[in-house]
Design a protein around this ligand. Sequence first.
Ligand code: UDP
Length: 235
Amino acid sequence: MKYNRILLKLSGEALMGQQQYGIDAVRLMQYAEEIKAAAATGTQVAVVIGGGNIFRGVQAEAFGLDRVQGDYMGMLATVINSMALQSALEKLGVNTRLLSGVTIQRVCEPYIRRRAMRHLEKGRVVIFGAGIGSPYFTTDSAASLRAIEIEADVVLKGTRVDGIYTADPEKDPSAVRFPEITFDEVMEKNLNVMDMTAFTLCKENNLPIIVFDMNKGGNLQRLLDGESVGTLVSM
Ligand code: UDP
């Protein structure tokens, strides 16, 4: 087994699938199937899912509303996505727990590190909702922080692009993908992997990141099998 414990970061935006807003049921079930297969290998799986398909704090600012309020709205959006993913996984017979950075006791457990570790040891898929529970952060930061806390071996950032490129491959057809890159090179080349807070947390704690295309079926499994998929960022 390549990794004992992983933290999978999924963007909320990716959950929209072909839609303009909200949750696409087909995409949701696809993610749940992939996570189920990953957990079935014996790898302990923790998941952080974003909220960009519903709300981001910066949108509140654009409306002329309070940013902090907007960020809490964004955090609650991640709880909605987390609940959807939890249901999808349970439909497939996977044991899950949802731990939230903002206490919402009717629907999820509060985030307690020791409890998260215990769930993982018991083979439950642990979903971390509400980011880190503080405004001015992102779910990428939550993914990095929680991964460090639970001593995950790697952060797997599932996106719609199959890795880190020399330029934006959606705009520049000559862009080339890096199979591997160091933290320092990412900074020197000013490449966009995660926001700076999230990236620095990984760098300072020597936590590798793999950026990969989560929408391509089987990619998560290939990664766990030790295949080179996407881009590995490490020391
Ligand atoms: N957010 C926050 N603190 C956190 C995590 C998230 O304030 O620890 C808010 C922030 O407004 C963010 C929104 O929740 O824009 C949704 O998360 P994110 O933008 O990371 O979602 P994604 O881009 O992955 O869909």
